[in-house]
Design a protein around this ligand. Structure first.
Ligand code: FAD
Length: 391
C-alpha cells in the first residue's frame, strides 16, 4: 500500500497514558520516527504511583527525575501490618531501603502529575508526532499497519505498539486472546494532609477485606489506596469529606495523626488481565493492554515501564522494527516476568480475601519469616526491586 511520506512512521504508539508516553521517548531517542495517538490527559482521582528504583532510572534518562523531584516523596521504609484480627497475627514487618544499600525503594508521585511531566517532555522533544484523536480502525498487511480515526488522516506504521489500556483495540486487532477477571473489591483512592510526619514510610495494613495502604507524598501528605468490597466501598465513598477523613484516620489507627482530604477522590473496580502473548503480526502490547493487577505491591505501571525497556532492547537497531524477529524477541522477554508477577499478586490478594485458617497461618508464617530472617528479607527486597520493585 503506498501512502504520502508524512503519514508514515516507523512506530505508532496507540494510547498516550503514562506507559505509551514513556515508550515514545526512548524509541524516538534511538532514532526512530514515532507517533503517539490518543488524548494526553489523566484524571486527577487521587491515584499515585510508587515508581520503583528501575522505573525511576528509566525516567531519569529523559530528564524526568528533575521535573518529578519536588512532586514525589522517597519510599525509604515499607511497613506491613497484619490487621486481619487473625489468631496468628504477627507484629508489623518493616523493610528499610538502607538494608539493600539504597536511599529509597522508589518515589511516589501522583499519576496525573507523571502523565503531565511525560507529556511536557514529549512536546519539548519536538521529534515525536502527537495525534490527539482516538484510533478506530487498525488494518494490517505484510509491510505495515494502517491506523484510522476521527480527526486525522490514515497513518501507516511498520510497528504498532498497543498502549491503549485494559480494553485495548490493538490487542483485538492483533487477534491476541486475553483472560480477564474481577475481584469482589473496589479501590478507593485519595490524597490526605495529616498532622504527623510519615517519615518517608509507606504502611500497608492487611485487612480481611483487602489492603489499606498509605504512601508518602511531599510534605505532610500521603495517598491512600483502600480495597473494600464494592458495597462497603460505595458506602465509604458516599461519606462527606470530613467523615471520610475521620473514617480513614480510624482505619489507620491514627498513625499519621489528624487527616484532611487534599484533592479529588477516586473509586476503581478491581480486576486482573493477562494475555496469551505480547505481540502478533506487526503489533506488540505494553502496559495495561498486556497486564492488569490489583494495586498490591506497586506492580502495574512499574511492569509497564519494564515492557518499555524490553521493547527498546528487542527493537535495537533492527532494519524493520515491526519484523517477526523483533516481535518474537519482545514476546519472549516479557512472558516469564509478567506471568510470575500476575501469579504472585493474584495469590497474595486471594489469601487476603479468604477466611480459611491455613491461608492465615501461611501469611502469618510468611510475615514472621520475613521479619526474622535477614537474608530472606534482603532477597525479597532485591527481587522486588529487580521487578520494578516489590514482589
Ligand atoms: C488504585 C490504583 C493504584 C495504583 N498504584 C500503582 C503503583 O503504586 N505503582 C504502579 O506501578 N502501578 C500502580 N497502579 C497501576 C497503574 O495505575 C497502571 O498500571 C497504569 O496507570 C497503566 O497505564 P497505561 O498507560 O498502561 O494505561 P492507561 O492509563 O489506561 O492509558 C491508556 C490510554 O490509552 C488511551 N486509549 C484507549 N483507547 C484508545 C484508542 N482507541 N485510541 C487512542 N488512545 C486510546 C486512553 O485514553 C488512555 O490515555 C495502580 C492502579 C490503581 C487502580
Amino acid at each position: 500500500m503506498s501512502t504520502p511520506a508524512d503519514t508514515q512512521v516507523d512506530i505508532a504508539i496507540v494510547g498516550a497514558g503514562a506507559v505509551g508516553l514513556a515508550a515514545a521517548l526512548p524509541l524516538a531517542q534511538a532514532g526512530r520516527s514515532v507517533a503517539v495517538l490518543g488524548p494526553m490527559n489523566a484524571p486527577r482521582d487521587g491515584r499515585t504511583i510508587a515508581l520503583l528504583d528501575g522505573s525511576w532510572r528509566l525516567l531519569a534518562e529523559f530528564g524526568l527525575a528533575e521535573i518529578l523531584a519536588d512532586r514525589s516523596a522517597p519510599l525509604a521504609v515499607m511497613r506491613l501490618v497484619d490487621d486481619t484480627g487473625s489468631l496468628f497475627r504477627q507484629p508489623p514487618v518493616e523493610f528499610r531501603a538502607s538494608e539493600v544499600g539504597l536511599d529509597a525503594f522508589g518515589w511516589n508521585v501522583e499519576n496525573a502529575e507523571l502523565v503531565e511531566a511525560l507529556a511536557s517532555k514529549l512536546r519539548e522533544t519536538g521529534a515525536i508526532r502527537h495525534v490527539p484523536g482516538l484510533v478506530s480502525g487498525i488494518a494490517q498487511d505484510e509491510a505495515g499497519v494502517t491506523l484510522t480515526g476521527e480527526g486525522f488522516s490514515p497513518l501507516r506504521a511498520r510497528l504498532v505498539v498497543g498502549a491503549d489500556g485494559r480494553r485495548s483495540r490493538v490487542r483485538a486487532a492483533a487477534g491476541i486472546a486475553a483472560r480477564d477477571w474481577l475481584y469482589p473489591q473496589s479501590a478507593l483512592t485519595a490524597i490526605f494532609a495529616h498532622s504527623r510526619d510519615h517519615r518517608d514510610a509507606s504502611t500497608e495494613f492487611h485487612t480481611r477485606k483487602g489492603p489499606f495502604t498509605l504512601v508518602p507524598l511531599p510534605g505532610r501528605r500521603s495517598s491512600l489506596v483502600w480495597l473494600l468490597d464494592p458495597d462497603e466501598a460505595d458506602a465509604v465513598a458516599a461519606l462527606g469529606e470530613a467523615d471520610f477523613a475521620r473514617r480513614v484516620e480510624t482505619q489507620a489507627h491514627s498513625l499519621l495523626g489528624a487527616m484532611r482530604l487534599d484533592g479529588p477522590r477516586g473509586r476503581v473496580p478491581m480486576g486482573g488481565l493477562s494475555v496469551e502473548c505480547f505481540g502478533a503480526g506487526r503489533m506488540v502490547l505494553i502496559g495495561e493492554a498486556a497486564h492488569v493487577f490489583p494495586p498490591i505491591g506497586a506492580q502495574g505501571l512499574n511492569l509497564g515501564l519494564r515492557d518499555v525497556m524490553a521493547l527498546r532492547e528487542a527493537i535495537g537497531d533492527a532494519a524493520d522494527p515491526g519484523s517477526a524477529l523483533v516481535v518474537a524477541a519482545y514476546d519472549r522477554a516479557r512472558t516469564a516476568d509478567v506471568r510470575l508477577r500476575t501469579g504472585a499478586v493474584d495469590a497474595l490478594n486471594r489469601t487476603l480475601l479468604t477466611d480459611l485458617l491455613p491461608a492465615d497461618l501461611l501469611r502469618g508464617a510468611g510475615l514472621l519469616a520475613l521479619s526474622r530472617i535477614g537474608p530472606l528479607r534482603r532477597l525479597v527486597m532485591r527481587q522486588g526491586l529487580a521487578g520494578g520493585m516489590r514482589g
